[in-house]
Design a protein around this ligand. Sequence first.
Ligand code: HXC
Length: 257
Amino acid sequence: MYETIETAKDDAVLVVTLNRPDALNALNAQLMAELSDALKQAEGDNAVGAIVITGSEKAFAAGADIKEMASGEFATMYLEDKVSSGFDQINRCRKPIIAAVAGYALGGGCELAMACDFILAADTAKFGQPEITIGAIPGAGGTQRLARSVGKAKAMELCLTGRMMAADEAERCGLVSRVVPAADLNSEAIETAKKIAGFSRPVTLMVKEAVNRAFETSLQEGLLFERRSFHAVFALEDQAEGMAAFVEKRKPAFKNK
Ligand code: HXC
């Protein structure tokens, strides 16, 4: 089993808890390999409809593991950067992933949260890209996803100064979808994931694909992709069931086909 993460199923939700408490969940090669493996399993498991990634009360993750990275050289980092390559599996995952963030989400931790589909934050959450303070730059989306998410001014300021941003500021600038009291974070994230997992699976995946298109293509191409996907849902039994259930004033029974 895993040593640096814990996994648990709650109905159709896989909950992955980062678990390196002595290092504030710093992302080392082992943790990223285990996280990638858990996501790969979830991707192939029909019983899983959505995923929650969370950390501890003190830290979602305080960044890539600086102690592991400190003696890195260009060639080994370029050829064997296991932390960055661990992000590839997250990017490939077609099922919705919620980041439930309490405490520090710094550097690679902030990047990990941003690689998820959306972030629910506890009121204790602190986000930042402090790489500049240790002579480095973000390496897994900190300059790219953050800029797309909060705009140039704030992304530039956060990356150039390394300052941390509290949950309320993160909500104001659109980095997180919602802020909840720390005590409610995990239950809120799991309930949200269960709600998503209860909808038609193919429709859910289409929504994720379509929203992601907004960041990868022109508006016209994105709108066309969305419209074709909308047309495609009419090939699904779940579309017929969902609309019939509305008309008949009952709950839909989706079959994921
Ligand atoms: C390795 C880390 C760590 C990290 C904390 N620890 N962050 N170990 N890598 N990123 C370890 C500390 O060394 C310490 O271990 C223990 O966790 C507790 O941390 P403290 O510093 O004692 O806690 P505190 O005083 O509460 O300060 C919390 C903190 C601080 C503000 C979050 O730990 C901090 O600044 N961490 C580094 C944040 C950072 O620079 N992140 C970016 C990393 S670069 P010991 O053994 O001493 O008790 C990065 C690049 C990503 O992420 C590239 C792409 C993937």
